[in-house]
Design a protein around this ligand. Structure first.
Ligand code: GLN
Length: 188
C-alpha cells in the first residue's frame, strides 16, 4: 500500500520509517497532487497552528477534508488529532473539522506533559504498548459514533470514528509497530 504522511511541518520521517518496516510505501504529502493514489494518510505531530496555516496556504485543507469525508483512512497523531477535531476548547480556529471529538490543547499537567507509559490497548494488541506523550491534546468529549480506543490516567488518549483514528501520543517515536499495523489494517 501507499500511505501518505502530511509533510508540511512536524515529525514525518519517523512515520515513514515505521511504514517501510511494515513492508509498505510511505510518501511525503507536500502538495495536493501527492495525494493521488494513496490508501491512507497520517497527519503527524508538530504544531497544529503551523500545520493548519500551511494546509490553507497550500490549498490542501478543503480537498483533504473532502477526501476524508469520502472515506480516505486518516490517522492524526497529537497535532494531527487537533486538526481532525470538530471542536477545540477555547479556540475558534477551524482546521479539518471532521471527527466528532472535542480536544484540549496542551492539556496535560506535569504528569503526562512529556511522558512514557505502557498501556494495553485491547483494540490493538494484548501486549502493552509504550505511549509517548509530548505536550499532546486530550480528548474531553466524544460524540455520535466516535469511540474511545484508549484511556490513560483516566483521560481519553485515542479514539476512532469510521475511517478516522486519532491518538494523543506518538507511536512513531517508539520501536513498537502495533499502532501503525492497526492503522494499516484500516487502510486495506
Ligand atoms: N502542542 C502541539 C499543538 O498544540 C501538539 C504537540 C505535538 O504534536 N507533539 O499543536
Amino acid at each position: 500500500m501507499k500511505i501518505g504522511v502530511l509533510s508540511l511541518q512536524g515529525g514525518v520521517i519517523e512515520h515513514i520509517n515505521h511504514i517501510t518496516k511494515l513492508g509498505h510505501v510511505g510518501v511525503e504529502i507536500k502538495k495536493l497532487e501527492d495525494m493521488n493514489g494513496i490508501d491512507g494518510i497520517i497527519l503527524p505531530g508538530g504544531e497544529s497552528t503551523t500545520i493548519g496555516k500551511l494546509l490553507r496556504e497550500t490549498k490542501m485543507l478543503i480537498p483533504l477534508r473532502d477526501r476524508i469525508l469520502s472515506g480516505l483512512p486518516v490517522w492524526g497523531t497529537c497535532a494531527g488529532m487537533i486538526l481532525l477535531a470538530k471542536y477545540i476548547e477555547g479556540i475558534d480556529q477551524e482546521y479539518l473539522k471532521v471527527m466528532d471529538i472535542k480536544v484540549r490543547r496542551n492539556a496535560y499537567g506535569s504528569q503526562i506533559d512529556s511522558f512514557k507509559k505502557n498501556v494495553v490497548i485491547n483494540e490493538i494488541s494484548s501486549e502493552p504498548i509504550p505511549l509517548v506523550f509530548i505536550r499532546g491534546p486530550l480528548i474531553t468529549e466524544i460524540y455520535n459514533d466516535a469511540k474511545v480506543i484508549c484511556k490513560a490516567y483516566g483521560n481519553i488518549v485515542a479514539a476512532k470514528q469510521n475511517n478516522m483514528f486519532a491518538t494523543s501520543f506518538h507511536p512513531e517515536l517508539t520501536d513498537n509497530l502495533e499502532v501503525h499495523k492497526y492503522f494499516l489494517n484500516m487502510c486495506r
